[in-house]
Design a protein around this ligand. Structure first.
Ligand code: C2E
Ligand code: CA
Ligand code: CA
Length: 568
C-alpha cells in the first residue's frame, strides 16, 4: 500500500487530490473483502472507513448505517476498558501491531465477536494513521476455543425472540433453531467422568461455531445441550443440510489427554416455517424433534412437525393414564413366530406388548415404552410382561418352544433383575432354557460393569440372552466377543435391502459368519419376502422372523398356530 501511495504522490501534488485518490485506492483494494478497513488518528478520530458488506451482515446493519464507524457504546461494557487500554498502548508505540477480540452488539441485541488488527503508522509520512482491519471472529481460522462465544440460555432465547420479531415484520426473513446433544452422553459420563465430557462438549461447540455464519448465534442451554440460531435459514431443507454438516464435524474423534473419544450429535430442528410468538415455543419444538431424532433412525436428526406436538400432548395425557392401565389390565402380549430356516417349523415366539387403550385403541410399544421408561413404570410393566410370557408358555405346554422377552435398557440397569427372573421362573415353572431375554447393545454400553454382572448371573440360572437390533447401534466387536450372548438378531433394516443389490447381502453374510465364530445363533428380523428367507437360509442363518411368516398374533391365535404345527 505504501508503494501505491507513493506512485500517487509522484503524479499529483495537490494534497486534497492526493487524499481523494488515496481513498479511491483503498476503496478499490477493499471491494469484496471480508475485512473492514479504517484509518484513524492518534485519538481514535476516523479519517477513512471502508465497511465490508460482511461486517454489515455480521452486525445486522446496512453498510451505510455504519458509515460513521462503530459507536463505542455498541461495544460490550466488559470489553470497553480493554479496548481503550489496547488502543492507547498502540497509539504510543510507533510501528506496533496489536490484535484484539471484543464483543459488539448486533442490531437485534445479542453480541457478536469481532477481531481487529491495528497497525500504528502515525509516524509514516505517507500514511499518518492507525490502520485497523476488522472482521468477524467466528471463522475457523481464528476461533480459538478460548475466544469462542457461547451464549447462555437467556441471551440465546433473547436472540431467538428478536428473530421471531424480525420474521413478523419482514415476510421474507426466516430462521431456524437447532438443538444439539451428544449421543450416548450417559455412557460417556460413566466411562470418562464429567470433566472430560465437558471438554468434549466445549470442543464440539468450537467445531459447531466454525461452521456458523456471521449473524448466527450459538448458545448453551445447560444439561449438555447446545443450540444454534441460523439467521436467515427459513426452510427445513437448508436447516437439515446445516444440521448434517454439524453432525459430521461433531462426530470427528476427540483427543483429550490419553483418551480418543468418539461420539455423535443428535439434532432437533425447528424452523420459522411455522409461526411462532415466543422463543420458548421454538426451543420446545426443537427439543421435541430432538427426542424424535434420538429414538428413530440412524440420521439422528429430525425436523419438528406439528404432529409431534399433537403426539406430545397425547404423551402427557399418556403419562397419567399409564399408571391406571397396568392396574386395569389394559396391557396384552402379542406373540410373533420365530421360524427355523432349517426345518421350516415353529421354533418359538417373541412376546410383544400392546396397550389396549379404552379410547385410543391399540397403542404401539414404540410410543409408550419410552414414556414408561421416563416415569419409572417400566419396572412393574416389565415384570408383568416377563411373568405373563412365561405363564403363557407353560399354559401352551409345548416343551420344544421358547419365548423371547424384550428388556428395556432401564430394566437392564436394575441390579435385582436376575433375582426377579429367577423368581418368575420358579412361580411359573418355566424351564430356564426356554426363556430368552432380548437386550440391545446400548443397554450393555450404558452400564458395562453392572451389565456384565447381570448377564453372568442370568447365564448361571440357565436363561439365554439375545442381542437385539444388531447393526443399528454402535457395535463394538470387543464387547461382542466378551459377553456371553447366545443369539444375535440382525436388525430388519439390513434384511429389508436383500434383493436391492449384492452389497448388503455381503454385510449380512459377514455378520452371520462372525456370530457363528463366536458360537452365537442368528435370527433375521423383519423378513418380508420369500427371496429374503431363501437368501438367509443359503447363508446358514438359523432363524427368521417377520411378516413373511406371520405378524404378531394375540394369544388365542398363537395357540391355534401351535396346534396346527405349520410348515413354512
Ligand atoms: P423389536 O424388539 O425389534 O420387535 C420387533 C418389531 O418389529 C415389532 O414391532 C414387530 O411387530 C415388528 N416386525 C416384526 N416383523 C416385521 C416385518 O416383517 N416388517 C416390519 N416392518 N416390522 C416387523 P412392535 O411390536 O411395534 O415393537 C416395537 C419395539 O417395541 C420392539 O422392537 C421392542 O424394542 C419394543 N417392545 C415391544 N414389546 C416390548 C416389551 O414387552 N418390553 C420392552 N421393554 N420393549 C418392548
Ligand atoms: Ca426384540
Ligand atoms: Ca429387534
Amino acid at each position: 500500500m505504501r508503494e501505491q501511495a507513493s506512485i500517487v504522490t509522484e503524479r499529483i501534488s495537490d494534497r486534497s487530490v492526493i487524499q481523494a485518490a488515496a481513498s479511491r485506492w483503498l476503496e478499490a483494494l477493499t471491494v469484496g473483502s471480508r475485512e473492514s478497513v479504517a484509518l484513524v488518528g492518534r485519538h481514535g478520530d476516523l479519517r477513512y472507513l471502508s465497511v465490508s458488506p460482511t461486517l454489515g451482515d455480521l452486525l445486522g446493519y446496512a453498510p451505510e448505517e455504519l458509515s460513521q464507524g462503530l459507536a463505542f457504546d455498541l461495544v460490550h461494557p466488559e470489553d470497553r476498558g480493554m479496548l481503550r487500554r489496547s488502543f492507547a498502548a498502540l497509539a504510543g508505540d510507533d510501528g506496533a501491531v496489536h490484535s484484539v477480540d471484543y464483543r459488539v452488539r448486533h442490531k437485534l441485541g445479542h453480541y457478536v465477536r469481532l477481531s481487529s488488527t491495528a497497525a500504528n503508522r502515525l509516524n509514516d509520512d505517507m500514511v499518518r494513521a492507525i490502520v485497523v482491519h476488522t472482521r468477524g471472529a467466528h471463522t475457523p481460522a481464528n476461533t480459538g476455543e478460548g475466544s469462542l462465544l457461547v451464549q447462555p440460555r437467556p441471551v440465546f432465547l433473547e436472540a431467538v425472540q428478536q428473530a421471531i420479531e424480525r420474521s413478523r415484520r419482514n415476510a421474507t426473513y426466516g430462521f431456524s433453531v437447532l438443538i444439539i446433544e451428544l449421543a450416548r452422553s450417559k455412557m460417556l459420563l460413566g466411562s470418562y467422568g464429567q470433566e472430560i465430557v465437558d471438554e468434549v462438549l466445549s470442543k464440539a461447540a468450537a467445531r459447531v461455531a466454525s461452521l456458523l455464519r456471521p449473524g448466527d448465534t450459538l448458545g448453551s442451554l445447560g444439561g449438555g445441550e447446545l443450540a444454534v440460531l441460523l439467521d436467515g435459514v427459513r426452510d427445513r431443507a437448508n436447516a437439515a443440510q446445516v444440521a448434517g454438516r454439524i453432525q459430521s464435524t461433531v462426530a470427528m474423534r476427540y483427543h483429550i489427554g490419553d483418551h480418543a473419544i468418539d461420539t455423535a450429535a443428535i439434532v432437533g430442528i425447528a424452523t420459522s416455517e411455522r409461526v411462532y410468538e415466543r422463543a420458548a415455543d421454538v426451543l420446545r419444538d426443537a427439543a421435541l424433534a430432538s427426542n424424535r431424532a434420538r429414538g428413530h433412525g440412524r440420521k439422528l436428526r429430525a425436523v419438528f412437525q406439528t404432529q409431534m406436538r399433537v403426539e406430545d400432548t397425547r404423551f402427557m395425557a399418556m403419562v397419567s393414564e399409564l399408571h391406571n392401565a397396568l392396574r386395569e389390565g389394559q396391557f396384552v402380549l402379542n406373540y410373533q413366530p420365530i421360524v427355523s430356516l432349517g426345518t421350516h417349523t415353529l421354533s418359538g415366539f417373541e412376546a410383544l406388548v400392546r396397550w389396549h387403550h379404552p379410547k385410543l385403541g391399540v397403542i404401539s410399544p414404540t410410543q409408550f415404552i419410552p414414556v414408561a421408561e421416563e416415569t419409572g413404570l417400566i419396572e412393574p410393566l416389565g415384570r408383568w410382561v416377563l411373568e405373563e410370557a412365561c405363564r403363557q408358555m407353560v399354559e401352551w405346554g409345548e416343551p420344544g418352544l421358547h419365548v423371547s422377552v424384550n428388556l428395556s435398557n432401564k430394566q437392564f440397569a436394575d441390579e435385582d433383575l436376575s433375582a426377579h427372573v429367577e423368581q418368575v421362573l420358579q412361580i411359573t415353572g418355566l424351564e430356564p432354557e426356554r426363556l430368552k431375554l432380548e437386550i440391545t447393545e446400548s443397554a450393555v454400553l450404558e452400564n458395562q460393569d453392572l451389565a456384565t454382572k447381570i448377564l453372568g448371573r442370568l447365564k448361571t440360572h440357565g436363561v439365554r440372552v439375545s442381542l437385539d437390533d444388531f447393526g443399528t447401534g454402535y457395535s463394538s466387536f470387543s464387547y461382542l466377543c466378551q459377553l456371553p450372548y447366545d443369539t444375535l438378531k440382525i436388525d430388519r433394516s439390513f434384511i429389508s435391502h436383500i434383493g436391492d443389490d449384492g452389497e448388503n447381502t455381503d454385510v449380512i453374510h459377514a455378520i452371520i459368519v462372525l456370530a457363528h465364530n463366536l458360537r452365537m445363533e442368528v435370527v433375521a428380523e423383519g423378513v418380508e419376502t420369500a427371496l429374503q428367507a431363501a437368501t438367509l437360509k443359503s447363508m446358514w442363518c438359523e432363524y427368521a422372523q417377520g411378516f413373511y411368516f406371520s405378524k404378531p398374533l394375540d394369544a388365542a391365535l398363537a395357540g391355534q398356530m401351535i396346534d396346527a404345527h405349520p410348515q413354512w
